[in-house]
Ligand binder design. Sequence first.
Ligand code: NAP
Length: 284
Amino acid sequence: MEVLITGATGATGAATLAALGTDVTPRLMIRTPEQARRFPGRATAVADLDDTGAVRDALDGVDAAYLVTSSSEQAAEHQVRFADAAVAAGVRRLVVLSQYAAAPDSPVRFLRWHAAVEAHLATLPIERVVLRPNLFFQGLLAFAGPIAHRGRFGAPIGGAAVSAVDVRDIGAVAAAALVEPGHAEATYTLTGPRPVTHPEIAEALAAATGRPVAFDDVPPAAFAAALAGALPPWQLEGLVEDYAHYARGEAATVDPAVERITGRPATDVLAFARDHAAAFTAAA
Ligand SMILES: NC(=O)c1ccc[n+]([C@@H]2O[C@H](COP(=O)([O-])OP(=O)(O)OC[C@H]3O[C@@H](n4cnc5c(N)ncnc54)[C@H](OP(=O)(O)O)[C@@H]3O)[C@@H](O)[C@H]2O)c1
């Protein structure tokens, strides 16, 4: 079975690749030849999502494809175009990474963009599987520097709980959805095993690293001001919208899909922290 993996240089694409069985022949769609050289021994297809011809070639002869793009202003356009190309290439199944609570009327722009893609997919003659993960635990790695150096990190989320999910579980579900029967037309909400607050995440990181870790609730305006210049305005505004959604307690529901599909419990924050402890101490 030929499976095309997009985003193999990114978080969920790499996790999906790692979870695929040996009976599958993965082909990695990589943006540049330089990055493709990072995958010796792997079948690669160099294609930018903006290059329709290269994407068409990448999809040639493929049975199933995993589709993820960066969070960008072009994300919905890229994903819609890729899905249309997959249909034209005769791909049987498309597994697409969306987001928990994607909705056309969401105040969070990323959730509206994902909803637009989902709506388009529903019109296409292809077996589709939509994955809607909650906040990634691995997103905490962005705070590894402050945690290692100062023993604290901050975000505009207060004490709200979020049923955050481990990217490795997303990869395991994506791999199953690509190759197993019975997933066509499913939309899976992917969460961790329990809702956790950021102060609880700080406790888990402290236990795993053996060092004190504190969480600071940062007002949205101060959070945005601290990142101004580091991120483009659309991304910063989108991030603040995302955190406001979490802070309203809208992302705390636990869904059993990860355990049902993978046959093992979703990864808990304590295990995430233990497995990544080195990253939260390395820079100190
Ligand atoms: N972070 C969270 O907590 C969270 C939660 C729920 C859902 N999501 C969703 O997850 C998605 C991001 O997933 P991720 O973290 O796995 O992605 P990621 O780590 O940001 O990686 C994105 C991948 O897409 C590739 N890519 C980007 N633009 C491309 C282009 N023009 N042509 C070809 N390849 C391109 C990147 O390649 P390069 O290496 O070349 O850039 C990279 O491999 C977003 O849609 C986001 O909304 C995120």
